[in-house]
Design a protein around this ligand. Structure first.
Ligand code: WT7
Length: 648
């Protein structure tokens, strides 16, 4: 029996669903939407309205619902005492927590009261900067319950990054923690927020949840303790909160992500389409079965955590495991201990984590009972075959299908993936599009690439029609959304990725074709890193490129012209100046954007019109110093030899 009526259970069912979704997308998604709880249904015939030239995409506009009723209330009848969230703390000797659907429902309702009591209203932007504790999910869902727009910022971003995001979203409210535990580290989140708020006159209140009990400064009138606020609501005996009816197209959240410009973009997702699509992909890609425990190792600060820790799993009434720590603390067996302890059925992680754990050998896997595993998944970057086979053999023991899920912050949910055990896997290939996803490859001129016979073709990956969870806009700047995603090729959404397609229609993602890096599955714009480096006193100019990195997938290589104090050091080892620059990048963006390598140079290879020839810099960083191609158009070809000699 199918766990969900629309759960695809054979290859031919997939083919049928795909065909139906292409022939009549509105009807296809309306059939799925019927299964949700709506305050007001859509007008038949008005399910979908779109054009990619503005762009405008509206799914079920005019219909009304609240996403939390579909995640929580809907499951209270039959799953009230079923675990919704399991929580594993950073330290293995600390007790974990279990929140049933009823408990989670009550906490979300209570925190919705807290938000309301403090003046948060529908449409307000609430910034959430917390560690991976259940209260993070509660905060997210409480925002959704009252219709406030959440903007979760990953706990690794700096005060400056938070300040930029607060300003861009004009956020009036922050939810944070005193601190967060991550491996052996204790990150002072509230203190970072305090720095981010210097000079900010828009944020009215900051709610601080206790986790590490690190000393924090609490400003009277602005800062409140989560526990005090919750206690007040509990004492009033409140356990319900009427869900705000939202238009299907009202914004649900903003999530900032990097692009090829220096400034991150606030990707906006809306209520109904995001619910439908994360739900549908969750039950189909992972083939979720009732009672299973789903463990997605991402942080809720990234889209993967939004879609496949919180929204997708809860929409399906699943049990979602939230892990506070890191894969290598206290040792490299932590994931396997967690799988063993909670009898995890689905493990969804990033290739970078697999490669890093592979490096510790089989010791940490031995003696761990992984027999509960049914499905494995990867996300965030291409997976190399070696890592794929290691995952298959040593974790899945050769009996768990592996889904390689390709998607983006902008796509809301998986767009290309095999369906676990249903459609064929192909190591290194994300394989087939989900129903509703109309892919095509184009060349640089926007001309569709069509295979001659059985050849495998390559091109820039585009999408020709909207799926329900496509981004609607970039917050506060719709034009930017258009130029970034819909202007490269008329009437197409351009993903920024290159891809191959084989004769069977399988896709293999080859990586970004723009100036965006993928470091450990995290997206980082080269321009952003350059801006940060250039803010360091003494830096005249810099150019950042990616290079292949064994564990991270890509590493960050920075070429820097430096003429500041201690410049003489850069003729020797330059290590101290390097450290200064890293410190600046950490301050401006966060530790995740720190270059792995910094090479001091006296000039950069530029064309006569002053454009940096990144192709040459990429080749040198990759170690391909012999095949630099044509350098004759350079203003000063001599600089290339110097750069080659000084490679680090
Ligand atoms: C970029 C999106 C989707 C959540 C995590 C990253 C790369 C993502 C795969 C995959 C090859 C992948 C692409 C994409 N990417 N998944 N399975 N195979 N590449 O989200 O930060 O928005 O980054 O990650 O380059 O464009 P993101």
């Amino acid at each position: 029996m199918k766990a969900y009526p629309y759960q695809i259970s054979s290859l031919s069912e997939y083919q049928d669903a795909y065909q139906q979704s292409m022939e009549n997308p509105a009807q296809f998604w309306a059939h799925i939407a019927e299964h949700f709880h709506w305050h007001k249904k859509w007008t038949p015939g008005a399910e979908l309205n779109w054009n990619f030239s503005e762009p405008k995409v509206e799914w079920f506009k005019g219909a009304q619902l609240n996403i939390t009723e579909n995640l929580l209330d809907r499951h209270l009848a039959d799953k009230a005492h079923h675990p919704a969230l399991l929580w594993e703390p950073n330290a293995p000797d600390e007790a974990g927590r279990l929140l049933t659907y009823k408990k989670l429902y009550e906490k979300v309702c209570q925190f919705a009261h807290v938000l309301k009591n403090n003046g948060v209203q529908k449409g307000d932007r609430v910034c959430i900067y917390m560690g991976m504790i259940p209260e993070l999910a509660i905060a997210v869902l409480a925002c959704a319950r009252i219709g406030a727009i959440h903007s979760v910022v990953f706990g690794g971003f700096s005060a400056q990054s938070i300040a930029d995001r607060l300003y861009d979203a004009q956020a009036t409210f922050i939810i944070t923690c005193d601190g967060a535990y991550r491996g052996a580290k204790d990150i002072p989140l509230k203190s970072v927020i305090d720095d981010a708020l210097i000079g900010n006159h828009v944020v009215e209140k900051v709610i601080v949840c206790t986790r590490t009990r690190t000393p924090v400064s609490m400003l009277k009138g602005r800062d409140l303790w989560w526990e005090d606020e919750m206690q007040r609501v509990e004492e009033m005996g409140l356990t319900d909160f009427p869900a705000e009816p939202m238009d299907a197209e009202d914004p649900l959240f903003i999530l900032y992500t990097s692009g090829s410009t220096g400034k991150p973009k606030g990707v906006v997702h809306t209520v109904a389409g995001y619910l439908l699509y994360t739900h549908y992909t969750f039950v189909n890609v992972f083939q979720y079965q009732p009672g299973w425990v789903h463990f997605c190792t991402a942080d809720i600060g990234w889209i993967t955590g939004h879609s496949y820790i919180v929204y997708g799993p809860l929409s399906a009434g699943a049990t979602s495991l939230l892990f506070e720590g890191v894969p290598t603390f206290p040792d490299a067996g932590r994931f396997w201990d967690i799988v063993d302890k909670y009898k995890v059925n689905i493990l969804y992680t990033a290739p970078t984590a697999i490669r890093s754990l592979m490096g510790f050998g089989l010791g940490p896997v031995q003696g761990k009972n992984l027999s509960s595993l049914k499905v494995l998944g990867t996300v965030g970057e291409p997976i190399n075959e070696e890592a794929w086979h290691w995952y298959d053999q040593h974790i899945g023991k050769g009996k768990c299908p592996i889904v390689d899920t390709w998607w983006q912050t902008e796509t809301g949910g998986c767009l290309i993936s095999n369906l676990a055990g249903i459609t064929p896997a192909k190591p290194g290939w994300a394989t087939l599009p989900m129903p509703g996803v109309k892919l095509l490859l184009v060349d640089e001129n926007g001309k569709e690439v069509v295979a001659q016979g059985e050849e495998t073709v390559s091109g820039n990956l585009c999408i020709a029609a909207p799926w329900p969870a496509i981004l609607r806009t970039t917050y506060g700047d719709h034009q930017r959304c258009r130029t970034n995603y819909f202007a490269a090729y008329p009437d197409l959404y351009f993903t920024g990725d290159g891809a191959l397609r084989d004769k069977d229609g399988n896709y293999r993602i080859t990586g970004r074709v723009d100036d965006v890096l993928n470091v450990s599955g995290h997206r980082i714009g080269t321009a952003e890193v350059e801006n940060a480096i250039n803010m360091h006193a003494g830096v005249v100019e810099s150019a950042v490129v990616g290079y292949p990195h064994e564990v991270k997938g890509q590493g960050i290589y920075a070429y820097v012209i430096y003429q500041g104090s201690h410049a003489q050091d850069t003729h020797g080892s330059g290590d101290l100046v390097r450290k200064d620059i890293l410190q600046t990048v950490t301050r401006i963006i966060g530790a995740i954007a720190k270059p792995d390598k910094i090479q001091f140079v006296s000039g950069l290879p530029k064309t006569r019109s002053g454009k940096i020839m990144r192709r040459i810099l990429r080749k040198i960083a990759e170690g391909e110093t012999d095949q630099l191609g044509d350098t004759s158009t350079l203003l000063d070809p001599g600089v290339v030899d110097e750069i080659k000699r000084g490679r680090v």
